[in-house]
Design a binder for this molecule. Structure first.
Ligand SMILES: Cc1cc2nc3c(=O)[nH]c(=O)nc-3n(C[C@H](O)[C@H](O)[C@H](O)COP(=O)(O)OP(=O)(O)OC[C@H]3O[C@@H](n4cnc5c(N)ncnc54)[C@H](O)[C@@H]3O)c2cc1C
Length: 445
């Protein structure tokens, strides 16, 4: 285990980034440069309070529509789902119809968390049989890894993903449909690519959405045609596009081409080198934590980086530990902007906490937490629940040696059935989310 804390506390962001890059030398992709989205509670609140729903219901499907970009903060618990719900409901208390569509979209997140809660590691595999006979290949085609498919809409999407860590929901749907149905690649490759680069990359919404497109978690595959891309991107790609467009066809023709054969229509195009991982460097080693007796430890995990986190708020005298999961990051490195975003949030959080001991480790979370707890003489570990399977497994390991105090995570709605289709969930849960029963029914994300 490497303990890194005090040196990073007072560093300016650039130095902190260098520190992080040295500490996790083989756990990120590309250059160690930060991205456009600042991490942390202050940035999260500024985004929430500065967000104007405007005409979200009408414009949300357009790439330049009124989407909130709150997902990075929600993903990492810098804002909880109930805080966002409450802020929006309060703001639109006198005209609730304006916020209804936003809250319904927010409920997709709650639904997908429940899917992960239900299936755990099972969500890494197909939840249902695909509703088509087409074979899928493993391995990400090199032209996709390089953002050089030759299709301006897909390359534009990929470069936006690599450079900014954010894609609008419609861009995610288009790219997922392209990778799965037009290229015949397993959804798992796309989900992995998204998790690496998206600030909001997760298992719950990501794997479930990919499976929704693929039809292993929906009743039919999702796909789009060129008209749809042109309309909802406001012609951003199509107007100047000169390539033979694989999406330029009617839905009936595409349905026939894509799904009435055993192989997807487009195979590998172009020859490109896969992106190179940065060369390993010697990690920075820093000294052990300051010793102080603490009766308990709070585990701040990567979906609960907030001073409002219930486990943290309830335990101001406990030691606080955040652990970067080194093995996980080696297996599936993140783009550096994701690491810096999370670290920004952790540093800001730790700086503001009253707790007597605050540590960031890089190693195996369960092992590190246990070692720290023993060193401090702590017998209890507090944590806020997350549906993430790796987190649950680590919590189970800790439970063998410590009293583990689980705090429930904030949810939008109670739903005890197996979450299979959003429409059914929404039928039951909308009154809990909105405070009234909505008039219409819609089930597309
Ligand atoms: C293939 C694919 C992969 C995806 N991967 C992820 C992922 O890794 N992490 C992630 O958080 N979301 C994922 N989504 C869902 C959705 O695209 C993003 O949550 C949304 O685009 C975030 O942007 P926003 O905050 O501006 O959304 P807004 O439109 O402003 O919505 C507000 C909030 O509601 C929730 N939300 C909205 N739409 C959805 C949706 N369709 N599914 C789940 N939650 C939703 C998000 O928390 C979002 O922040 C994926 C969607 C697809 C199609």
């Amino acid at each position: 285990m490497n303990w890194h804390w005090s040196p990073a506390l007072d560093m300016p962001p650039v130095e902190r980034d260098r520190f992080l890059a040295d500490a996790l030398p083989t756990s990120f992709l590309g250059e160690p440069t930060r991205g456009p989205v600042p991490g942390g509670r202050a940035a999260a609140l500024a985004t929430l309070h500065g967000y104007d729903l405007a005409d979200y219901g009408r414009s949300r499907n357009f790439v330049d529509g009124a989407s909130s970009r709150l997902s990075p903060y929600l993903r990492h618990g810098m804002l909880s789902i109930t805080e966002v719900r409450d802020a929006i409901k309060t703001r639109y208390a006198t005209e609730p119809a304006r916020s209804e569509e936003f809250l319904r979209q927010l409920a997709w997140r709650d639904f997908f968390d429940k899917v992960l809660d239900w299936h755990g590691r099972g969500l890494d595999d197909n939840l249902e049989n695909a509703k088509h006979p087409v074979e899928r290949r493993t391995g990400l085609p090199p032209d996709i890894a390089a953002g050089a498919t030759g299709l301006p809409c897909m390359d534009g999407t990929l470069h936006q993903l690599f450079d900014t860590g954010y894609l609008h929901n419609h861009q995610r749907l288009w790219f997922a449909a392209y990778l799965c149905h037009f290229r015949g690649v397993s959804w798992k490759e796309g989900a992995r690519l998204f998790r690496r680069y998206l600030y909001d990359g997760d298992v719950a919404s990501n794997n479930s959405s990919w499976q929704w497109v693929e039809s292993t978690f929906s009743s039919k595959p999702y796909f789009m045609n060129q008209e749809n891309i042109a309309r909802f991107s406001n012609n951003a790609y199509c107007e100047s596009c000169r390539v033979v467009c694989p999406f330029r066809a009617s839905y009936d023709d595409l349905q026939e081409n894509l799904f009435n054969a055993r192989r997807a229509p487009l195979q590998m195009v172009g020859r490109h080198e896969p992106p190179k991982l940065p060369a390993p460097r010697d990690p920075v080693r820093t000294p052990s934590p300051e010793s102080a007796a603490c009766a308990s430890v709070v585990w701040v995990h990567d979906a609960a980086i907030s001073p409002e986190d219930v486990a943290l708020k309830a335990n101001p005298d406990a030691a606080v530990v955040f652990a970067f999961d080194e093995a996980d990051l080696k297996r599936e490195p993140w783009a550096f902007h994701r690491l810096a975003f999370v670290f920004d949030g952790v540093v800001e959080l730790m700086r503001g906490l009253p707790n007597p001991v605050k540590l960031v480790t890089i190693g195996d979370p369960a092992t590190d937490l246990a070692a720290i707890a023993r060193q401090l003489g702590a017998t209890t570990v507090h944590l806020t629940d997350s549906p993430n399977a790796a987190f649950r497994e680590a919590a189970a390991t800790l439970r063998q040696s410590f009293t583990v105090n689980d705090y429930p995570r904030p949810v939008l709605a109670e739903y005890t059935e197996e979450p299979r289709r959003f429409s059914r969930y929404w039928d039951q849960c909308a009154p809990q989310v909105l405070g009234y029963a909505p008039k219409g029914k819609k089930s597309r994300p």
